[in-house]
Ligand binder design. Structure first.
Ligand SMILES: CC(C)(COP(=O)(O)OP(=O)(O)OC[C@H]1O[C@@H](n2cnc3c(N)ncnc32)[C@H](O)[C@@H]1OP(=O)(O)O)[C@@H](O)C(=O)NCCC(=O)NCCS
Length: 159
């Protein structure tokens, strides 16, 4: 609580929305920030969603989302960073941190994966730098902003 304005400032950006699922609010309003922070406060301990911060300000978010049934040893990693902070290695640092954190804090996890839109070369590079491997290209799996896109599937495993 108290980070709502920072969150809106960073998250309310069509260049972020273009690269994430449609469940990410757009436009990203103050009410969306209140709801998201409320949701984060209710998370069990240890939390599976973390803020990316710089000088104590929220500049992005990152989470791992456990899967169910036969996929229950997997979690999907997702992240975003405010545009003002792109190109400084912050997302790579955050993904590296979250990957280690997830395997440490959630001992059942065996595999982490991410689905990246085909045109999102920066995020593909982030995952490669963080040790993930390209496993598959799901052709035209994504319908985003009115266009069909490929999804690049990356994964890493508990060492
Ligand atoms: C993708 C995103 C997380 C990257 O964050 P970032 O902090 O700028 O990433 P980093 O600086 O750690 O690394 C980016 C890498 O991509 C490279 N890159 C950036 N734009 C690129 C492009 N258009 N083509 C190819 N590579 C590109 C950078 O050069 C860098 O690689 P390098 O270190 O080898 O030079 C950020 O742009 C973002 O939040 N975008 C919107 C939301 C999103 O895409 N979320 C992820 C969904 S899977």
């Amino acid at each position: 609580v108290g980070d709502e304005r920072d969150l809106v400032e960073q998250a309310n950006n069509p260049r972020i929305f273009a690269n994430v699922r449609d469940a990410f609010p757009h436009p990203y309003t103050f009410a969306d920030a209140v709801a998201w922070i409320g949701h984060c406060q209710e998370l069990p301990d240890p939390p599976n969603v973390l803020a990316i911060t710089l000088d104590d300000c929220v500049v992005g978010g990152i989470g791992v989302h456990p899967q169910a049934d036969v996929y229950r040893l997997n979690a999907e990693i997702g992240y975003w960073l405010g545009e003002a902070y792109w190109g400084r290695g912050l997302a790579t640092e955050a993904v590296r941190f979250m990957t280690d954190y997830a395997f440490e804090q959630f001992p059942h996890l065996h595999r982490l994966f991410a689905g990246v839109f085909g045109f999102n070369h920066a995020s593909q590079r982030v995952l490669e730098k963080a040790g993930y491997t390209l496993e598959a290209i799901h052709r035209e799996a994504v319908f985003k902003n009115g266009l069909l896109e490929d999804e690049y599937l990356y994964a890493t495993f508990r060492k």
